[in-house]
Design a protein around this ligand. Sequence first.
Ligand SMILES: [Zn+2]
Length: 553
Amino acid sequence: MIGLVLALMALPEPADLVIENATIWSDGLDDPASVLAVKNGKFVYVGNSVVGWVGPETRKIDAGGKPVIPGLIDSHIHMLNGGLGLSQLQLRSAASKQDFIQRVKEWAESLPEGKWVLGGRWSVESWEVPEQPTKEWVDPVTGDRPLYLSRMDGHSALANSAALRLAGITRDGPPNPPGGVIDRDPATGEPTGILRETAMGLVTRLIPPATPSDKYDALKRAIKEANRNGITTVCDIPPIADIGVYQRLAEDEELTCRFVLYPTANDWTQAAIMARAFSPRPEWVKIGGFKAYFDGSLGSRTAWMRAPFLNNPEDDKNWSGLPMPILDDGTFDRNARAAIDNGFQVIVHCIGDQANNVLLSKLLTLYDRGIRSGSEFEQDIARLKNARHRSEHTQHLLPTDIERFARLGVIASMQPYHKADDGRYAEEYIGVERCKSSYAFKSLLDAGVTVAFGSDWPVVTINPFLGIEAAVTGKTLDGKNWMTQENISVEEALKSYTLRAAFSCFLENTVGKIAVGYAADFLILNEPIFSGRVNWGSVRPTHVFVNGLQVLE
Ligand SMILES: [Zn+2]
């Protein structure tokens, strides 16, 4: 009898790893939990007792009451560029014209002869004198060595005279390419060195490309950087041409980050054929869909707005941004159709309110069989919802489109740190009224929209805790508390970095949650984050586990 009872109680097998004395937080975990157990890379227990889980081989960690949260998911990141950038000139923190020039000078002097000065990520908005850089700033310190430095948002760049010469850009031509602008002195026609959007391609195509092995190394560096910041899964946006590097990465048995790829490609019919053949280890590296661009950025005034910017130059008062040519020439519709027919997500860079508005309309059209009401129309909407297409950035919205996002099930993939950054100057660009429906985290969540958070690294910092700070406090980089009516709670911000982010890339049954059966991707943090005043700048993971294995001891 006693034997029977014991057999029925069937004590669990000891776990590989037990964390105790933790403050466990997870989306979907309603009761307090202080203990978790991991076996074979998965959570096997979440609760408050270690009984039965600890055997002679079990590793035990006392979390000291600190927060334990799921590994964070960065829903929008450029791992390859970020990794390559780790070995290029970083100008993000350049504080003035003099500082900018000095750093370029020192960097150029450190390079072997003939090597391009590359990198950038400069932003002049917070300088005391926010001047636009020109080639005259850098020509004296670079000479014949070509220079190409992208602005922080990657939507414009500075080239020096040597680079412009190589590209054949002079006062006589070429004309602006479709979707791009070569800034010129209005009096002389002389190029200033600033290239916008597609005009950047005139120079970037001349830059000696990184080799596949450079890129593989860059990805490995990027993974380290992501892990160090508590990121264990990424939605990464590489050019389709680099997909081979990810194929190689997928064969790496010791991968410590999961990748869902959304490559950029000109022809998605071709890309879908390639993507279907891309089948290494889908739990680690898979292709989720493809990415298109509808517009540019706020800082470069290339975001596509319904109404003009407020800080346009006198001779161009009606300028309201730069919609991409794929909208007019049928490319987007053809590509989106190919993605949908092959079961891939469509994700579209939409910063401006008009870009977002047009995205919603275009997506609906792709599912709409022309029935305007009734159950068949609802079926069309349901199919659209199930596909989980995404607006990337979702930065500025017409107020009426917030409900449409919810109704159509389009995911808002947002980067809260952009609010901290753009909040310094957004009102000057688009006015207070339009800022009220910008970075509308709370309004979107309240309306029932899935909001997934990410960084957009290397455009801004990869650190997700600074993203959480921006979403929770509304604090801008120049110290204002801005548009705080859109602030959300720490828990809501974490949900958007975990389970909602997992949902945005069809991983919600695998990662993003501390629950039995989920992959054991989780962090122990150094500081409490749920109560009192949090100094977000100093929050970091002390332990990072991916699939139950500790990375970065
Ligand atoms: Zn991006």
